[in-house]
Design a protein around this ligand. Structure first.
Ligand code: PLP
Length: 403
């Protein structure tokens, strides 16, 4: 059979770029736990708490009032306006024309990549990293080079010079996620400035995934009473008319993972093209979800602050409990909702996590799920009741004692 015949008449396979995508190793671990009666699932990036009632009520009311129709591709005007106000308060003047509503952060990342990346383009990503940022450009036929954070006494840090060296003039896009999933690393203002200046010089696009910006526990970016409201953002630095696309989500700040609502802040000149991409991807986010989003943004400030405070307490609680176990090297990172730490056996983190779930019902994510740079570590999402964290620590202790 000729090659053409093979393609036409062989197995009905997906495109090579799709077949080459990495399957989720977190799913692999979860599958290993099927049949285990009592699993404590700390493996997904999700709180165990339901979305706040005032937001759920807003969605119910919108549904009851008949908000069941298509909306504008870029979102309903009240939500774009509310988001522009929210972003302006956090990061400086932003107009509704620079905001687009998306079907959550994942869709925002895909749209941002579709806007600027094509087949054969060179993309750089800082790792360890939640896999979507690395895999999405590959779906579009781009090649992705990774630059690894480094782990040392200060926890995870970035060697900016090494990143700048990788950002060659033929690079199309830099994919960045800060606060970072899985490490909790947060890019400093100075690092952002250096990267932005370099990218400006070479015309390189930046897609900044800032979905964890409100889950920030340190630094000097303060509001009034000294409580940081947000991690440093690229939106604090530049105008809104350059090659920077910021991706955000309702999932983490207001515990709305299942709602699938997010947004993009980008130059207004991109919006007509972005609108076409939304049309051909999802057409719009659901109308009643968008209406609830308006309430989350306008009335959810106290909730967001309380959530960050409680996550910070959970982080500290888990760090002190884990630090007492011999062989565990754990540090409190400045952002997000994960601990990414090393422990005996983690040099084969996938096998270790499968054994943990099978033998003691402890569900952690293997570091290798976040790129080869993550091998040697495991990720623990601490967005849950401290009593469950204690139960998890006890299981880990039991597991390690047996080995
Ligand atoms: C770094 C990062 N970006 C984006 C997302 C997307 O979240 P969502 O699609 O729920 O908005 C996640 C979810 O875990 C994430 O960890």
């Amino acid at each position: 059979m000729s090659e053409t015949d093979q393609i036409r008449h062989g197995a009905p396979n997906a495109r090579d770029a799709v077949r080459a995508l990495r399957p989720s190793q977190i799913r692999e671990v979860a599958n290993a736990g099927f049949g285990v009666a009592d699993v404590l699932p700390f493996w997904f990036g999700e709180s165990d708490r339901v979305t706040p009632k005032f937001i759920r009520d807003a969605a119910s009311e919108a549904l009851a009032a008949g908000a069941t129709f298509y909306t504008h591709n870029l979102g309903i005007a009240p939500l774009r306006e509310a988001l522009a106000g929210y972003v302006s308060a956090l990061h400086g003047q932003t107009s509704p024309e620079q905001v687009a509503v998306t079907s959550a952060g994942v869709n925002a990342l895909m749209l941002a990549a579709q806007l600027v990346v094509g087949a054969g383009d060179r993309v750089v990503a800082v790792t360890p990293l939640w896999p979507n940022l690395v895999e999405i450009p590959k779906i579009l036929g781009a090649g992705v080079q990774t630059v690894s954070l480094e782990y040392g006494r200060q926890g995870w840090t970035l060697d900016v010079e090494r990143l700048l060296a990788a950002l060659t003039p033929d690079t199309r896009l830099l994919m960045l996620n800060s606060p970072n999933n899985p490490t909790g690393w947060v890019m400093t203002r100075d690092e952002q400035r250096a990267v932005l200046e370099h990218c400006r010089r070479h015309g390189i696009w930046i897609v900044a995934d800032e979905v964890y910006e409100r889950l920030y526990y340190g630094g000097t970016h303060t509001d009034g009473g000294g409580t940081p409201r947000s991690a440093p953002s690229f939106l604090d630095l530049g105008g809104r008319d350059e090659r920077v696309i910021c991706v955000n989500s309702f999932s983490k700040t207001w515990l709305m993972t299942g709602w699938r609502l997010g947004w993009i802040v980008a130059p207004s000149v991109l919006m007509d093209d972005l609108s076409k991409l939304v049309e051909y991807n999802t057409s719009c986010a659901p109308a009643f979800v968008q209406q609830a989003g308006v309430v989350a943004v306008k009335e959810g400030e106290r909730f967001a602050a309380e959530l960050a405070a409680s996550l910070r307490a959970s982080r500290d609680h888990l760090v002190s409990a884990l630090a007492q176990i011999p062989g565990i090297d754990v540090k409190a990172p400045p952002g997000a909702m994960y601990l990414f730490f090393s422990l005996p056996g983690a040099e084969h983190s996938l096998d270790l996590c499968k054994a943990l779930v099978r033998e003691v019902g402890l569900g952690l994510a293997p570091g290798s799920a976040f790129g080869s740079e993550g091998e040697g570590f495991v990720r623990w999402c601490y967005a849950c009741d401290p009593a469950r964290l204690d139960q998890g620590v006890e299981r880990l202790r039991r597991f390690l004692a047996r080995r």
